[in-house]
Design a protein around this ligand. Structure first.
Ligand SMILES: NC(=O)c1ccc[n+]([C@@H]2O[C@H](COP(=O)([O-])OP(=O)(O)OC[C@H]3O[C@@H](n4cnc5c(N)ncnc54)[C@H](OP(=O)(O)O)[C@@H]3O)[C@@H](O)[C@H]2O)c1
Length: 247
């Protein structure tokens, strides 16, 4: 028996990295999973992997830079599986511009992808969860929700905002819906490879007592815990999953 048997789960940013690992794990634990992202080839790869194990998944292509398109995700989920029980707001984009260089266009895009699309999708999913009397939302924030560095101004601001939004969601959507956020530290994904890979981030590994980067499955395991009844008394938390990283 799986921890998510019979549940319908939406996972954004599920075509790669942590979202992909989460979608596969949720399916293995009995959920029907709607895989969301922009890249058709990778979406099909994830869905084919899940279906190849005799499990259930489908995909929808949506650009999170357009938060109103969250409706496409909910419509496809209702059509294929039914009303959602679990929402994982994981899609995110990096921005390395400094405070003085970031354009308002880039700032707005980062907030749309990292914060506003999650707000919109939550507004669309919550009524179904309320009606069922039960639902779970897991947001993927960051250790950048807690601290700042030189550069990354829009990313850091968006992840601080996402942590706050996660707490607001818990207060406004309870008691039927529990909402928690995961704050990953350095996790080896395409996002990290896009800025030069683990080699250029060795300092972050040195600042962890575990002395390694995380793997997508490290985050998926915590997402499963937060999405299942195993965490039924945990609500409104932003939980660091970072190998003990000291900023
Ligand atoms: N890796 C880290 O060290 C780290 C640390 C802290 C927090 N995080 C956060 O973890 C989350 C997952 O990132 P990851 O590391 O797993 O990165 P990843 O492997 O690059 O995956 C990012 C996912 O987000 C989706 N995405 C990005 N922009 C999108 C857009 N405009 N519309 C729709 N989907 C979009 C991508 O889908 P498509 O490519 O198909 O569009 C992909 O599925 C993000 O929120 C990130 O900020 C990562």
């Amino acid at each position: 028996m799986g921890k998510l048997d019979g549940k319908i789960a939406i996972v954004t940013g599920a075509t790669s990295g942590m979202g992909r690992a989460t979608a596969i794990l949720f399916a293995r634990e009995g959920a029907k999973v709607m895989v969301c992202g922009r890249n058709k080839e990778r979406a099909e790869e994830v869905v084919n992997q899940i279906k190849g194990e005799g499990l259930q998944a489908d995909y929808v292509l949506v650009d999170a830079a357009k938060p109103e398109d969250g409706k496409l995700i909910v419509d496809k989920t209702l059509e294929v599986f039914g009303e959602p029980d679990i929402l994982v707001n994981n899609a995110g984009m990096l921005s390395m511009s400094t405070l003085m260089d970031v354009s308002l266009e880039e700032w707005e895009k980062v907030f749309n992808v990292n914060v506003t699309s999650a707000l919109k999708l939550t507004q669309l999913c919550a009524p179904y969860m309320k009606k069922k009397g039960k639902g779970v939302i897991v947001n993927v924030a960051s250790v950048a929700s807690f601290a700042a560095h030189h550069g990354f101004a829009a990313y850091i601001s968006s992840k601080h905002g996402f942590a706050g939004l996660s707490k607001s969601m818990a207060w406004e959507l309870g008691p039927e819906i529990r909402v928690n956020a995961i704050a990953p530290g350095l996790v080896h994904t395409a996002m990290v490879d896009s800025i030069g890979g683990l080699g250029v981030l060795q300092g972050m590994i040195d600042n962890c007592p575990v002395k390694r980067a995380g793997q997508p499955e490290d985050i998926a395991n915590v997402a499963l815990f937060l999405a299942s009844d195993d965490s039924s008394f945990i609500d409104g938390q932003v939980i660091k999953v970072d190998g003990g990283f000291e900023c």
